[in-house]
Design a protein around this ligand. Structure first.
Ligand SMILES: [Mg+2]
Length: 398
């Protein structure tokens, strides 16, 4: 398999510059909708050492001193631009897998008549011309290596935005120069345990012992190690049904049998998903809850069910979403089963700016908005879940 990852550069900033070309060359940052944290930076802003995800007030001084333009995120614009980018890529490559708002995997197998790097270089130019968005391309036999390749293509301007990892003569040296924490899918929790095993770079992980990895980590770590060796473990999936919903569905450590625990877990998942909702400026019209017993315990009675709870006025207000999750859970709950999983999907998403108010609405929208903004910014500043809505409580969910 030969794939390329196309990753738009400083995407939100590039969208803003597409709308207002006078921002070109200036240091620009974009702030999150809900709590004013930095969510995108132009290269000029990065050069001023403005960090990612930091609250604006901590960089206000630098911004003032250097004339940094700080813009509030316009997610409607970003989604529209993303659609244009993906449409353009769809016209250039036979198979496209959209993986996020500013990233897509492109299948190059089958169009090898040209050199893949030249194909991507051409695509990069056409994308810039037709959408105004600059992007970086990383070419490799696996998704994990393609991610790394796109990273390299950004670092050194002499690559012209395209880095080809296929048959690269210095592939191992490059992997040795990359910290293992910068490999796709390696979280901060795994990092410490990897260090204890002497695995510090991407090359160390590539050369790690399979059995030792399996002993210490979930299967995903072994997959990542194999992907670094060029063995494909994450398949290419064109056009997934993504970004039309936000979902959370972890398993319980211990089975749960009572309605109250299921309900409060569902409510907690809804509250968690609502953070993403607000950060992206969306509102939700339906909350879907699924409950399931452990399918591997054939000796136990099996049950699974899903229910929807529609919300009269689409909202991003955590207490309403949590309440809907509780109601949906109650609809499908049956006693006498050991539940292993409760999942929540926020669906029917739309832009919060375009939501319509019911004629006789009794809700105080501005109060709801202020409350959620306050909660999000305190949690962002002091760590997740410093404050939660009163109805969520500790549960055995992972
Ligand atoms: Mg990007």
């Amino acid at each position: 398999m030969i794939i390329a990852l196309c990753d738009c550069n400083n995407f939100f900033v590039s969208c803003e510059r597409r709308r207002d070309p006078s921002l070109e060359g200036l240091p620009v940052i974009v702030l999150s909708h809900n709590d004013g944290c930095v969510i995108a930076r132009s290269n000029e802003a990065k050069a001023l050492n403005i960090g990612m995800a930091v609250p604006f007030f901590t960089v206000r001084g630098i911004c003032k001193a250097h004339g940094v333009v700080a813009l509030k995120g316009d997610h409607t614009l970003y989604r529209q631009t993303s659609r244009d980018v993906m449409e353009c890529l769809g016209g250039l490559f036979p198979e496209v897998e959209v993986s996020s708002i500013d990233e897509a995997y492109l299948l190059l197998t089958g169009i090898q008549t040209l050199d893949p790097a030249r194909t991507c270089l051409g695509a990069r130019g056409k994308l810039l011309l037709s959408t105004g968005i600059p992007a970086s391309f990383g070419i490799a036999p696996t998704k994990t290596l393609a991610k790394i390749a796109s990273r390299f293509s950004k670092k050194d301007p002499s690559y012209n935005g395209v880095f080809n990892f296929l048959d690269h003569p210095a592939a191992d040296d490059l992997l040795a120069s990359l910290s293992v924490g910068d490999v796709w899918g390696i979280g901060s929790r795994s990092l410490e345990r990897l260090r204890q095993m002497g695995i510090r770079t991407a090359l160390d992980l590539k050369n790690a012992d399979d059995e030792k990895l399996l002993k210490r980590f979930p299967i995903g770590m072994l997959r990542t190690s194999h992907e670094l060796r060029g063995v494909c473990c994450h398949s290419f999936e064109p056009d997934p049904e993504s970004h039309k919903s936000i979902q959370i569905a972890p398993s319980f450590r211990k089975p749960v049998t009572d309605l109250e625990t299921l309900q409060s877990t569902a409510a907690e998942h809804a509250v968690e998903a609502a953070k993403t909702l607000r950060a992206e400026g969306l509102v939700c019209g339906v909350v879907q809850v699924s409950i399931q017993t452990n399918p591997f315990r054939k000796d136990l009675p099996q049950y699974e069910a899903t229910a929807d709870q529609r919300i009269e006025e689409p909202t991003d207000y955590s207490p309403l979403l949590a309440d809907a999750a509780r109601q949906a859970t109650e609809k499908i709950y049956k006693p006498g089963y050991a539940y292993r999983r409760v999942g929540v999907v926020l669906g029917d998403l739309s832009d919060s700016s375009s939501r319509q108010s019911l004629l006789f609405s009794t809700r105080d929208r501005s109060r709801e908005k202020k409350l959620m903004e306050a909660m999000d910014s305190i949690n962002r500043a002091l760590g997740d879940d410093t404050i939660k809505p009163w109805f969520t409580k500790e549960t055995p969910a992972e």
